[in-house]
Design a protein around this ligand. Sequence first.
Ligand code: 5GP
Ligand code: ZN
Length: 113
Amino acid sequence: MSDCLFCNIAAGDIPAEKLYEDDELVAFWDIAPQAPKHFLVVPKKHITGPAAVAEEDERLLGKIMRVGARLAAENGIGDNFRVVFNNGPIAGQTVFHIHMHILGGRPMTWPPG
Ligand code: 5GP
Ligand code: ZN
């Protein structure tokens, strides 16, 4: 989708500080980090959010989790991190292309805001 920010980042048309890219996924550092280390794992396929995931996307979503955990380990976060998917504006979603947040580098509290 030409008017979608994360489609444009995935296509390389808008720059981002990428940690990882393959034919299906891109991962990049969040522009407004909410923790010392905060990156996003994004499928190249345009899916608007968690509630729009179809059965055919199940393997892709598992890959997002697996690659995200590996990137956390490889980028100084280790194995203590918060995973967030926001769905809907009231829940905090601002970009309507599904993305997994990984936040780390500090202790996390519960409940989230
Ligand atoms: P959401 O609020 O939709 O769950 O998360 C969107 C995330 O994308 C936010 O954490 C926001 O800081 C990040 N973001 C928004 N625009 C850009 C951008 O142009 N580049 C990068 N790297 N991150 C962005
Ligand atoms: Zn998109």
